[in-house]
Every structure is written in structure tokens, then in C-alpha cells.
Design a protein around this ligand. Structure first.
Ligand SMILES: [Zn+2]
Length: 164
């Protein structure tokens, strides 16, 4: 089977300290194509395509990680904002995908930097028509801010992601 991008990247992320959060069987990384400052992906550390293929403990690891991710974002906003800023500066200098540079620039110049996200959305895209690009189960973590209030809800958040 041809390895997907996540399977190819997992060990590199681990070696380079790019796991933003992790537990025994899943990890979370900051997105390299961010629309939202602090946006992330939660990914099982092994190849799996469907939630139903995870054992109960693995499901718990996977499904609990967005909350852990959010807590770390809140903590970094309060205590370690430089780390988050340097992630996007790095992404701007060393773009990981063709879109990375312009999105990093957008993120760094947006007001999101100055506003702590007090909520979040999560979403799983299953299948190509749903916007799934990588055939390895993952959850999108989308931090949301009070100023998003004219644009509330999961569907508008996903729309923003899919249409960018
Ligand atoms: Zn995979």
C-alpha cells in the first residue's frame, strides 16, 4: 500500500519535536495550512482509515486529544505565545506546502494573534466529497474566538477551511 502523507511524516514529526500534544496512540500537530491561529490536526500514530477500526482505548486517546490540544493552546496563549508565533514565522520561512507561506502571513497579520480562543470546533472529513484529502483518519481542531461571533458554527468554520 502506498504510504499517505501522515504515515510518511509521523516519525519525522516525532523526531523534530513537532507533536504539539500526544498520548499513547494519537498525536496532535499545528496545521501547516492554517486559516485559524492555533488550528490543528489530531492523528492516530498508525495507519487507520475509519473511527470504527480503532480499539476502545485508541478511540478514547483519539477523541480526547482535541480537548488536550485546546488546553495547551489556552496555556500557550497565556504563558508561551512566542512559541506559537515562532511556529508561524518558521512556516513562513520554510513553507511545507504551496499554500503555507501565504497562510502563515495571513495568520501572523490577523487579529487572531491578540485574541484568546475561548471555544473550538472539531470535524472529521470522511471521503473526497466531504473534503478529505488524506486517507488517514484525522480530526480538525478549529479554535474559535469571540470576534468570530458573526460567523459562528461548525459549518461556517468548515466552509472557511474548505474554500481556502
Ligand atoms: Zn496513513
Amino acid at each position: 500500500m502506498k504510504k499517505d502523507l501522515f504515515c510518511k511524516s509521523l516519525s519525522m514529526w516525532q523526531e523534530n519535536g513537532l507533536f504539539y500534544v500526544e498520548n499513547d496512540t494519537s498525536c496532535g500537530i499545528l496545521s501547516v495550512e492554517p486559516i485559524f491561529f492555533g488550528q490543528g490536526l489530531i492523528i492516530p500514530k498508525f495507519h487507520v482509515e475509519k473511527l470504527s477500526k480503532l480499539y476502545p482505548e485508541q478511540s478514547k486517546d483519539f477523541l480526547s486529544l482535541p480537548e488536550t490540544f485546546h488546553e495547551k493552546i489556552l496555556n500557550d496563549y497565556k504563558n508561551n505565545l512566542d512559541y506559537l508565533v515562532s511556529f508561524y514565522e518558521n512556516l513562513y520561512d520554510n513553507p511545507q506546502t504551496p499554500k503555507s507561506k501565504i497562510l502563515a502571513s495571513y495568520i501572523l497579520n490577523s487579529d487572531q494573534l491578540n485574541e484568546i480562543p475561548i471555544g473550538f470546533n472539531t470535524g472529521i472529513n470522511m471521503g473526497k466529497p466531504a473534503g478529505q484529502l488524506i486517507n488517514h483518519l484525522h480530526i480538525h481542531y478549529i479554535p474559535r474566538r469571540e470576534s468570530d461571533k458573526t460567523n459562528l458554527g461548525f459549518l461556517t468554520a468548515m466552509n472557511k477551511l474548505l474554500n481556502n
